[in-house]
Design a protein. Structure first.
Length: 165
């Protein structure tokens, strides 16, 4: 088969199957513009593999597989996870902590036992999960929870103004 014959066969296939494949792409992603992008990606990949795919006679299956994989890949892209919204959440900017307060916090942290200090810092300063903190410290998750709870209680007692004054 000559190159011109292969290209003619490809164009005939795409012309005949494009509406159906576009609907399949839409069913996968739910957006016509994105479906067009997925179909374009699939047709480019089909063109590259056309001689091999044509010989096997599995053109539709090949294109469907590309559409599914391209849809999954596209959904993993960070900008696809973003959602537009009419109203932004109204959160006040965090006020910077004063030097004295930070110094007090660091002093109070230093008064905690080493494991409690590590658990509090990893969980609440660095924002690690209980499981991540447990792995980091080489202890089980229940121990992380108890160290964190005790450490926070000790910090509250140290940092909160006394009500007996």
């Amino acid at each position: 088969m000559t190159r011109a014959e292969r290209e003619t066969a490809y164009v005939d296939y795409v012309t005949a199957r494009r509406p159906h494949l576009r609907r399949v792409a839409y069913a996968l992603c739910g957006d016509w513009h994105q479906a067009d992008d997925l179909l374009q990606t699939a047709l480019v990949k089909l063109y590259v593999a056309w001689p091999r795919v044509r010989r096997s006679g599995s053109e539709d299956a090949y294109v469907r597989r590309i559409l599914v994989r391209a849809s999954i890949d596209e959904s993993r892209r960070p900008w696809r996870r973003e959602r537009t919204t009419e109203v932004l959440p109204d959160r006040p900017a965090a006020e910077p902590t004063g030097v004295e307060e930070r110094s007090e916090l660091f002093d109070a942290l230093q008064d905690l036992p080493a494991q409690q200090r590590a658990a509090v810092v990893l969980r609440h300063w660095l924002g690690l999960s209980v499981a991540e903190t447990a792995a980091e410290l080489g202890i089980n998750e229940g121990t992380v929870k108890s160290h964190t709870s005790r450490g926070l209680a000790a910090l509250r007692l140290t940092l909160e103004p006394s009500e007996m004054g």
